[in-house]
Design a protein around this ligand. Sequence first.
Ligand SMILES: C[S@@+](CC[C@H](N)C(=O)[O-])C[C@H]1O[C@@H](n2cnc3c(N)ncnc32)[C@H](O)[C@@H]1O
Length: 422
Amino acid sequence: MHPNAVLDACADLVREALAFAHPADAVAARFFRAHRGLGPRERATLTDTLYAVLRRKLQYEHFAPSGSGPRERRLAILGFGGPRDFLFSALTPQEKEWVQRCEAVAPADLLDRHRHNLPEWLAQPLHAQLGEQFWPLADSLLGQAPLDLRVNQLGAKRSEVQQELQAAAIVAAPTPHSPWGLRVQGKPALNRVDAFTRGAVEVQDEGSQLLALLLDARRGEMVTDFCAGAGGKTLAIGAGMRNTGRLYAFDTSAHRLEALKPRLGRSGLSNVHPVAIGHERDERIKRLAGKMDRVLVDAPCSGTGTLRRHPDLKWRQNQAAVDGLAAIQLAVLQSAARLLKPGGRLVYATCSLLTQENEDIAAAFSAAQPGFMALPVAAELARLKVGGADTLCAGEEGRFLRLWPHRHGTDGFFAAVWERQG
Ligand SMILES: C[S@@+](CC[C@H](N)C(=O)[O-])C[C@H]1O[C@@H](n2cnc3c(N)ncnc32)[C@H](O)[C@@H]1O
């Protein structure tokens, strides 16, 4: 395709996504369905351009008024995801001169908001929480997330899968903390790789793997994944149970649970029971009260720990949405807790960076439920032989799991653990 046509398509995609009516990945998928002439290379350029614009929206909007032409074209030029000479062959002399002027601006000469590219409702609490560590976090959120795989313990060994991938020219190394994880170099397409199609690996961030590990579900137990979604953690938990016992996968979204089905098929698991529920006090849940050995609440949250993968989330939410989520999180946690038998384990987790959705919810639950004893996560992870467990935790005695993109290379994750008393 001619460079100018590619740049025009980038600008069109940016225009559609910046309406923020739908998630960016859904907008891109719809755009590609409507423009079937775009080849794999052009699609990659368009996607990279869109994600660069979403990541650095405030900085690019600050530069845009000094350029010329339609606003979305200017944003697409600044974030262009293809080779520089390809871009330059599409630009007017005036545009080339403008790009060079923008590139010459030193980061230190920018206002804070044009450097961190976060909305105020998010920047302010993160700054208050992290102090000096705010800037390393903000920088890391402008980068791309790694591609992590979880090796399916049902019939696959990490070292063997690693070798098999190597033979398929995919370079992967064991993840530093999860015993099941491989971190892949680059972004190879996996859907035709044999290890993937036969269910020996699933794509899953190392942090997400650690949440499933922390539930510590055993053979023959009764377990619930309360907010199972498309089942990323369900699959890891089911494999940890060695395909025995009973694992309920609840979610209010039947659509998301539907996406679990092909993954279940690949995984070889037959102990998983997906159930679409109406809400967290659904009758079907009440019937299971007091019967569970383990319950994971991977609560709906702002997703701010995943901004490297979903940079549109920072522009599609606001403080009122976080306040609403916090109320839902506590309600879901309280309901899910009723499922546990005495001695049973409750894990509350989010992929949010915000105290309001994490430590504050854990504190509110503990205050309301004296019958649940908090278990320090650092000790639990050490017992589960996770290397460097202390370095993954925060709070008194390592009470909470606190994973950060800038410190651990994972998405941002939080977890708290309780045991129901007799
Ligand atoms: C963070 S996502 C879960 C991700 C999933 N556990 C995984 O590992 O892929 C949160 C999920 O909670 C679900 N949800 C929202 N409200 C709920 C409720 N009241 N009860 C149960 N699930 C709910 C959402 O549909 C969403 O799928």
